[in-house]
Design a protein around this ligand. Structure first.
Ligand code: DAH
Length: 459
């Protein structure tokens, strides 16, 4: 048994344990190098003027022909907004779309009512622009919760944002009368820069609700879903233990079956206790990837308040949310998350008209180009967060940057001023970069630091 303590972005400690130790080790991924389109390349190398980052200086911002007023919460950038409408999950033969189709087909064929009609409905075209009520309040995320921070989310204004998770649609879809559904969409988070983090990625949400008769299969009239009890580590105060255990079993079985269907029976996986404000009990499923445990999804028994507020107070249910990029990287051996946004033919062609999608592995067609490392130090302004710098880097250097890490923090002994030193690793996915080219980009980043943060550099 393995135990350790750590946090997800909802911030609570959790204990991990391994329930499935005997599965065969998975093959490690090939690391190859693919590329960005020539048009993107041109954009990055010729135009080192950052896209205007500060949308909040404008009075309003227009997204899909709708104008939104800006305010002191506005922090979306033109670069981020340019991802809206790309809809990789709807793009035929794109790996994200192929993976979505594999999962949907699995749920369609495994869960049916009479005459083979699927139980799960699918919605994959909901706008990523949501209210903060949908993203947070409807999922019982407290007003002062850390996950609402400006440094973690893209706000259009104080009441409107780009969804940070597909959970933002759960309450509305339940209210619309659905008892079982899958929701797929692009989600937006201000995050680190490395090979598995990109500020836009895709999630699939799943929800299944049960009436008393569906859950207990009419087995015993005396069993009930609800009781007036106390909250325990393994159940909510209003749920009976037997109902909770059946829902939890259904949830874990559905997800284990789905992962095995996608990744093969030999995958090594483990359930981890977790915390989410919208479920209790809550779990994460981790899968071993290149020798490391990788979090694949979060899930749990839905908080009854969400169902009660959405007109489903006679039902109990489970929910999960999974990241499609993570699974696709593992399934197709894709070594860097930036590849999904590449429109390079050598990449896309490998996924086109393929019959045996599940066994498809990306063939590296270019050698890995060497990385160029540059350190940048500067005095940080008040209320600074590292994600402010990551956004600035993405805005100026786009996908030329593979990785950014904070390598040193320093506080001036007399003035108390603080400085950060970031290591920026430049590597193009398909061609070598020259130090001159990288220096130009690096200088453009420095200029932008001075103009945007109003601080002195330490270079
Ligand atoms: N929304 C969570 C996230 O993005 C993932 C998640 C966890 C979704 C548990 C759920 C759930 O529906 O029940 O981190």
């Amino acid at each position: 048994m393995v135990t350790c303590l750590c946090k997800n972005r909802f911030g609570m400690l959790m204990v991990k344990w391994k329930i499935d130790p005997c599965m065969q080790a998975i093959k490690s991924c090939n690391v190859g190098s693919l590329g960005l389109s020539p048009s993107l390349l041109r954009t990055y190398s010729q135009n080192l003027q950052p896209a205007k980052q500060d949308v909040k200086q404008e009075k309003s911002v227009s997204i899909k022909n709708i104008n939104y007023r800006t305010d002191e919460w506005t922090n979306v950038t033109p670069k981020i907004l340019s991802h809206i409408g790309r809809n990789l999950h709807l793009q035929k033969d794109h790996p994200i779309c192929l993976l979505k189709d594999l999962i949907v087909t699995h749920f369609y064929s495994k869960y049916t009512r009479s005459r083979d009609r699927p139980i799960f409905a699918v919605s994959d075209n909901l706008s990523p622009v949501v209210s903060t009520h949908q993203n947070f309040d409807s999922m019982l995320i407290p007003k002062d919760h850390v996950s609402r921070q400006k440094s973690d989310n893209y706000y259009i204004n104080s009441s409107t944002m780009l969804r940070a998770h597909t959970s933002a649609h759960e309450a509305d879809l339940i209210r619309s009368g659905l008892d079982a559904f899958l929701t797929v969409g692009d989600v937006y988070r201000r995050d680190a820069i490395d090979s598995s983090h990109y500020p836009v990625f895709h999630q699939m949400e799943g929800v299944r609700l049960f009436t008393k008769h569906e859950l207990f299969q009419n087995s015993d009239e005396k069993l009930s879903l609800f009781e007036n009890g106390v909250e325990l580590p393994d159940k909510q105060s209003g749920h009976t233990l037997e109902a909770t255990k059946l829902v939890e079993f259904s949830l874990k079985k559905a997800l284990e079956d789905c992962m095995e269907e996608l990744l093969g029976k030999g995958i090594e996986s483990r359930w981890v206790d977790a915390y989410f404000p919208f479920t209790h009990p809550s779990f994460e499923l981790e899968i071993k990837y290149e020798g490391e445990w990788m979090e694949m999804l979060g899930c749990g028994v839905l908080r009854q308040n969400i169902l009660d507020n959405s007109g489903a107070n006679d039902r109990i249910g489970w929910a999960f949310g999974l990241g499609l990029e993570r699974i696709a990287m593992k399934l197709f051996n894709i070594p860097d998350i930036r590849y999904f946004w590449s429109d390079r033919e050598e990449f896309l062609v490998q996924f086109r008209n393929q019959k045996n999608i599940k066994n498809l592995k990306l063939k590296p067609f270019l050698s890995k180009e060497p990385a160029l490392i540059n350190d940048i130090s500067f005095w940080i302004p008040n209320n600074f967060s590292s994600t402010d710098f990551y956004d600035l880097v993405r805005n100026v250097a786009g996908d030329l940057v593979e990785n950014v890490s904070l390598v040193d923090e320093f506080t001036h002994p007399k003035s108390g001023e603080q400085s950060h030193c970031y290591r920026v690793c430049y590597r193009h996915l398909s061609r070598p970069l020259s130090q001159t080219e990288v220096s130009d980009v690096n200088d453009a980043i420095k200029r932008e630091i001075v103009s945007q943060f109003g601080v002195r550099g330490r270079w």
